[in-house]
Structure formats: C-alpha cells, structure tokens
Ligand binder design. Structure first.
Ligand SMILES: Nc1nc2c(c(=O)[nH]1)N[C@H]1C(S)=C(S)[C@@H](COP(=O)(O)OP(=O)(O)OC[C@H]3O[C@@H](n4cnc5c(=O)[nH]c(N)nc54)[C@H](O)[C@@H]3O)O[C@H]1N2
Ligand SMILES: Nc1nc2c(c(=O)[nH]1)N[C@H]1C(S)=C(S)[C@@H](COP(=O)(O)OP(=O)(O)OC[C@H]3O[C@@H](n4cnc5c(=O)[nH]c(N)nc54)[C@H](O)[C@@H]3O)O[C@H]1N2
Ligand SMILES: [Mo]
Length: 685
C-alpha cells in the first residue's frame, strides 16, 4: 500500500500548534502522522497526534445528525436529516428568544479547534442575534491578567532561543507532557551551553525528572517563592540596577517591600527549605541569559494572577531580557495581531448584552444567572463542559434540565453530547480548512482538508452559516467560504493570501529582537515593566507577595488537590482513543509515601478523596516525588472511567480567580480516606 503525504496543522488547544505531514492511504483514510520541518516542531510531535487515525476513524465518531429519544443524559438518539435538525434548532432558538429575550440563548464554545474560522463563527452569530456573550475564562484568564499586569504585551522571547540560554526555569508547566518540543530545546541548551534546568512544581512530573533543581513547593505559594528569590537578588547585589532604573516602574519601592520577604518567611509558606530558596536565587542571579518558561498550571488558583505576576518580575530584576536566550515567555499569541472584525463580527452594532462566565456554567445553569433571563437554549461547539468545567455536579444538573434545549456539535459522543437534545456531526481538522496561530511559537499556518468529511459531518463554519440563514442573521461572514474568509482576514492584517501561506508551509510572525525582548519598551504607555500592576480590581497585592486567598488545608481537609493534564490526553480529547486509554490506565492519585503510611493507604489500593461537594474514588500510587500534604490526580478522564462514575471535577470549585476570572482547578482542599470501593459512607465533610 503506498501512502501519499499531505500537509496539515494540529488543531488542538496546545501551545505547539504543530505543522504536520499526514500519510493518506488508499480509501481516503489517514495513516501515520509526522511532524513537519517547521522550526520549533522540527519533525517532533506527540504520540497522540502521531496516531490521529485512531481519532478520525474512531467507531464512536458522530456521523449523522441525531435527536434525543431517551431521557436527558441517557445517550439514546435517533438519526435525522440535516434539514430536520437545522430547522428544529432554529425554531427552538427563535421560540426561546421570543419568550424570554435573546439573552436566554447561550452559544457556548471553546478551543477544541484552535482554527480561527471554525472557532469564531458561533461568536459572530451570537453578536448578530444579541444572544448572551461568554467570558472565555476556563484556561488563560488568570495567566493573562498576571502577565499583562507586569509585561503588558501578550508575547515574550520565542521558544527557539531556549537553545541559546544559560539557565532554563520551567515554572508551573509540564512541557514533557504539554509541549514536547520544549524538552528538545532544553536538551540543546544543556549540551551546548551547560545550562541547568530548574523546575518549580509541587510534584515530580516527567519534566521535573530532568531537572538539576526541582523546587517542590506547596500549591498556590509561588508568589512567596518569587518574592524571596527577589529579596536575595537585591540583598546579594545580583539585581541589575541600571536595567531596573531604565526599564521598570518602582524598583526602590520593590526593594524596600521585599526586605521582610526573606527565605525564612517563604520557607514557612512554601514548604521549601531556606537553603533551596537561596540556592535557586543565587543560580538565577548568577546567569545573565536565563530563560523563564512561565506555565499555566500555577495560574489555576484563586491567587493565580498575582502569583504569575510575581514570577514574571524575576527577569526584570536581573535584566535577563537584555540577552539572547534570556528573558521569559508565557504566551506568544499577541505576535499575530490578526484583524478580527470579520471573524468575530465586531462591526455588528451591539445592544448591551450580558456576558456569562463559561467556567461558572454549573452555577449559571442551576440558577445563579445574575441579571436577565435563565438560559434555556444552548449551542455548543469545541468543548466538553460536562467533563472539563469545574463543579461537575452542578454542570450535569444544569445540562440535565428539562427546560434547557441543548444542541452539541461534536466529532465524538462526549459526555456533554450525551446530555444533548440534538447532536450534530462535526468534521475534524483533517476534513476542513482553517487558519492557525499559536500560543507557544510565532508561526502562522493554513490547512486544507487531507481527506473527505466522514459520514455526514459538517464543519463549524458551514453549520453556523446554515443556522444564520434560518435565523435571519445577516453578516458578510455567513456568505463566504473558508478561503474567502481567510483571505479577507489576512488582507486586513497586511499578511499574504491563504493559498500563499499554505504553499510556503508557515509564516514566521515573530518580533525582531528588541521587541521580543522589550528593549524597545514593555507594553504599557510608559514602556516600563510594572512591579506594581494596575489590577483594575480591589484586594490584590500592590507588589509581589504571598496573596493568601487560596483554600488552605485545615484540620477537616488536611490535603490540597491538584488536577493537571495527562500526557496521554489533550484535556478530554483522546480519552476515546484506545492507545491513549491503555497508556493512561486509570484515574490515579499520587500521594507522598509518608502520607500514605500515616493514612493506611497502599499503592494499588483505593482512596476516597472528598470535600463539601462530594467524593471521588481513585487508585493510589505512593511516591516520594510530591510535596507532603498534596494529592495529584492527573486528569481529565471522563466520569465513566472513575470507579463510582464521578470524575475529578466534581471536587473542583467554580469560584473565579481575581481579578479577571479563571477556573481554579488546582486550588482545592480535600480529605483522604483509605477505602474499598464497596464502602460507601461519608459523602462530604
Ligand atoms: N498532553 C497534553 N498536553 C496539553 C494539554 C493536555 O491536557 N494534555 N492541555 C493543553 C492546554 S489546554 C494547556 S492550557 C496547556 C497547559 O500546559 P502547562 O502550561 O504545562 O500547564 P498545566 O499542564 O496546566 O500545569 C503544569 C503544571 O503546573 C503544576 N502546578 C499546579 N499547581 C501549581 C502551583 O501552585 N505552583 C506551581 N509552581 N505549579 C503548579 C502542575 O503540577 C503541573 O505539573 O497544555 C496543553 N497541552
Ligand atoms: N481538572 C481540570 N480540568 C480542566 C483543566 C485541568 O488542568 N484540570 N484544564 C482546563 C483547560 S486549560 C482547558 S483549555 C479546558 C479545555 O476543555 P475543552 O475546551 O472542553 O477541551 P476538550 O476536552 O479537548 O474538548 C474539546 C472538544 O471539542 C471537540 N472538537 C474539536 N474540534 C472540533 C471542531 O472543529 N468542531 C466541533 N464542533 N468540535 C470540535 C472535540 O471533539 C472535543 O470533544 O479544560 C479545563 N479543565
Ligand atoms: Mo488550556
């Protein structure tokens, strides 16, 4: 069998946005998928996408429009035609809007595809129709606010510079699982420059396993660690005072404020030793071109934005930004600067419309809706909130409401789709066209379909245009195909045509050195990095500090739970593919061996993890590679894979992080109990 190879782009919500080479087999099936030669990717992709055929040709692909025949959530459906489906959805949306006003309709979407055309149509439709808006908080709000507070621009030093750096610090990220190419760059820095790797993470991830120094702090205490590191930098004259005077807002005030933020102070908060904090500070202060990769993990706490800001202050104190291979990166998404008017329908005149916080879908669907009507009609694309959103108990209660009309456009039968009244089949990125940017590198890409749509599946763009026609929504974006749309967006952004970018393979939109390193100024009007951010909300610390608003462990809940992504899944995507499932095995709690001994827990046994919201039963793995008092359950398994059918987000809170929202997945106090699956007392505490 000979395979032809066609170019594509990985559409998933991952910093790497990989350029792909897809083998296409006779019969219009995809075979192996390889990494393309694009710099950064350099031929390397994750194992999940290498076997993408498992997903595209999965027996559980939704291939036809389906209408619910069973009870809500039961997952029993009948096949209907596209015409019937679209007519019924339009009728239900119109009816709901007539009864309660357009805000009763909540189009709900996220980044299951990162393609701009396929992702944005639903938002354009809701603007034209005056439906409820959405605060897109589930991933990057806290991190974004923290970074914006100090740096001000949504980019940093491109990751390829890691290869030239003298010290790499990975803070609250696990690239070995979440962006594999970074590990290759770190290896190059080690080999070429003798660079050391420091990892700041509450447990020994696959990334931390490669570290020269692993700081295993308590979750939610990064602001304390960063403050003490800066204390040492000032105390030991490792701060670059010329740089500080030229590029930052209030270095003297910061230095005075940090006088009491000693390593001893931080040791008590973080659980690290003073010696560890001193050693890290001296290492960091001793290398001019240190590269700080600031992750998302530690932003998923009530104090996440403040902590991320505190950490982002480090290179401004040492002046690492001045050097090739030095500085920091959190996201690169700001380098692209796409003209979004056509995509999002920003030209549509707006009546004041409420925006609902997507991370609070549970409380909102169960009554906590604020001003305006209850939500009674939803269209969902590119997200699986029954599994990924916090406080799953409330989310499921809401999705199961009889007075909610729920339409889910999906590729596979997710646990969310099972709650739907109508399920529509979606094409995958292998079957539609789109334009991709990235939040982990600076390359713009365009993809064409490599195979025909599976079954009767249709792209998001097509479904939104068809619905717009039935709803009477008028906008030029609903009259174009994907290529016309891409060309108009690119043209308005002063970029080449889509076909040209596709032919080139990728287009580097990276900044020149002085801009990428902010030597021409940070993103605030005065061009200075801000140690004292303008938070735009009350109550946050004025300067880097420990911001004690987290759920601290207490006598009734002596542990803190963190729920980071699994290497084998991509959020809840790939939880349907057989190889990923086999490799991830089953939901497992990592707990310190001494904590296990104290609680009578044994590796291989079961532990019940609980709080006021309920409890979840998982397998125990004892380890020495975790901070004491911390339990890690790598997620995000669908609920049905847990021993009692309740997944980990049943324990997480829908509270919003300050100042701009953000889900607090790693900020949960819990109790642990050794238990056999049959034992069933004590739900809640
Ligand atoms: N294989 C795989 N890749 C993915 C994803 C996936 O699910 N699977 N998800 C994708 C998405 S949507 C995103 S946003 C990115 C996220 O990728 P990353 O930026 O790597 O962030 P996370 O994976 O959320 O968390 C990383 C680490 O933060 C640690 N952490 C938790 N709390 C704290 C804390 O308080 N302090 C510190 N210092 N560390 C803490 C966790 O233990 C975890 O190891 O990855 C993307 N890539
Ligand atoms: N406990 C815990 N929960 C978390 C996190 C955590 O670390 N811990 N991480 C959070 C983070 S960072 C994020 S970003 C969210 C992510 O949560 P989600 O955005 O819900 O991501 P996925 O679970 O990957 O679900 C995406 C869905 O989109 C579908 N999809 C993909 N492409 C298309 C398309 O072109 N059209 C249509 N119609 N559908 C498509 C896929 O089949 C998949 O079911 O989860 C959050 N939840
Ligand atoms: Mo994310």
């Amino acid at each position: 069998m000979t395979a032809e190879t066609r170019p594509s782009v990985c559409p998933h919500d991952c910093p790497s946005a990989c350029a792909l080479e897809v083998e296409v087999l006779p019969g219009d099936r995809i075979g192996r998928v390889h990494g393309a030669a694009m710099p950064y990717v350099d031929g390397v992709i994750c194992a999940k996408v290498a076997r993408y055929a498992e997903r595209v040709h999965h027996p559980d692909r939704v291939l036809h429009p389906l209408r619910r025949v069973g009870a809500k959530g039961e997952g029993r459906f009948e096949r209907i035609t596209w015409g019937e489906a679209l007519d019924e959805i339009a009728a239900r949306f119109k009816d709901a809007a007539e009864r309660l006003g357009p805000e009763t309709v909540w189009p709900y979407f996220y980044a299951g595809t990162m393609g701009h055309v396929q992702q944005s149509g639903i938002n354009r439709l809701r603007r034209v129709m005056g439906y409820s808006g959405q605060l897109k908080t589930i991933c990057a709000s806290a991190a974004g606010a923290g970074w914006a507070g100090g740096v001000g621009s949504k980019w940093g030093v491109p990751p390829q510079e890691i290869a030239q750096s003298g010290l790499v610090v990975v803070w609250g990220a696990n690239p070995a699982a979440t962006q594999v190419q970074l590990m290759g760059l770190i290896k190059q820095a080690k080999t070429a420059n003798g660079a050391k790797l420091v990892v700041v993470d509450p447990y020994r991830t696959a990334t931390a396993d490669k570290a020269d120094l692993h700081l295993m702090l308590r979750p939610g205490t990064d602001g304390a660690l960063a403050s003490a590191v800066m204390h040492v930098l000032f105390r030991d004259d490792l701060a670059d005072r010329d740089y500080l005077a030229r590029y930052t807002d209030c270095p003297e005030r910061l230095e005075r404020h940090l006088e009491s933020r000693t390593p001893a102070w931080a040791a008590a908060i973080t659980g690290l030793t003073e010696a560890e904090i001193e050693a890290f500070a001296k290492l960091y202060g001793g290398v001019p071109n240190s590269f700080l990769r600031v992750g998302y993990g530690f932003s998923r706490s009530r104090n996440g934005a403040a902590n991320l800001h505190a950490v982002s202050c480090l290179p401004a104190v040492t002046g690492a930004w001045k050097h090739k291979g030095g500085g920091a990166m959190q996201s690169t998404s700001g380098v692209f600067d796409l003209a979004r008017t056509l995509l999002d329908g920003l030209d549509v005149p707006q009546r004041p419309v409420r925006s609902l916080d997507m991370s609070r879908i549970g409380p909102i669907l169960t009554g906590d809706v604020g001003k305006g009507p209850p939500v009674t009609a939803m269209l969902m694309q590119n997200t699986n909130p029954a599994v990924v959103a916090p406080d799953s108990g409330l989310v499921r209660q809401g999705l199961a409401r009889d007075d909610l009309f729920l339409c889910v456009h999906e590729q596979v039968m997710t646990e969310t789709a099972r709650f739907a009244d109508m399920v529509l089949p979606a094409t995958t990125s292998m079957e539609h066209s789109d334009l991709y940017t990235s939040y982990g590198h600076t390359f713009l890409q365009v993809a064409k379909p490599v195979i025909a749509p599976q079954g009767e599946s249709r792209s998001n763009h097509r479904v939104i245009c068809d619905l717009a026609a039935r709803l009477g929504a008028v906008h030029p974006g609903f009259e174009m195909d994907e290529w016309e749309m891409m060309d108009q967006v690119l043209d308005a952004s002063d970029l080449p045509k889509a076909a040209e970018i596709h032919a080139m393979g990728w287009l580097n939109c990276g900044k020149v050195f002085d801009d990428a390193h902010f030597l021409s100024g940070f993103g605030h009007p005065d061009g200075r990095f801000r140690f004292a951010p303008e938070w735009g909300a009350e109550g946050l610390p004025e300067l880097p500090d420990h911001f004690d608003v987290i759920e601290n462990a207490d006598a009734a809940h002596p542990f803190r739970l963190i729920t980071p992504p699994s290497r084998h899944f991509l959020n809840s995507t790939f939880t349907e593919t057989p190889t990923s499932l086999a490799q991830a095995k089953e939901p497992t709690a990592l707990i310190h061996a001494e904590d296990c001994a104290a609680l009578g827990l044994e590796s291989g046994g079961m532990v019940r993890i609980g709080n006021a919201k309920g409890s979840v039963l998982v397998r125990v793995a004892a380890t020495s590679g975790i901070a004491r008092g911390v339990v890690v359950v790598e997620s995000i398994w669908p609920d049905r894979h847990f021993a009692e059918g309740l997944g980990i987000n049943h324990l997480t809170s829908a509270d919003a992080a300050l100042p701009a929202g953000g889900a607090v997945f790693h900020d949960t106090k819990v109790w642990l109990k050794a238990m056999l699956p049959a034992d069933d007392d004590e739900n809640g505490a």
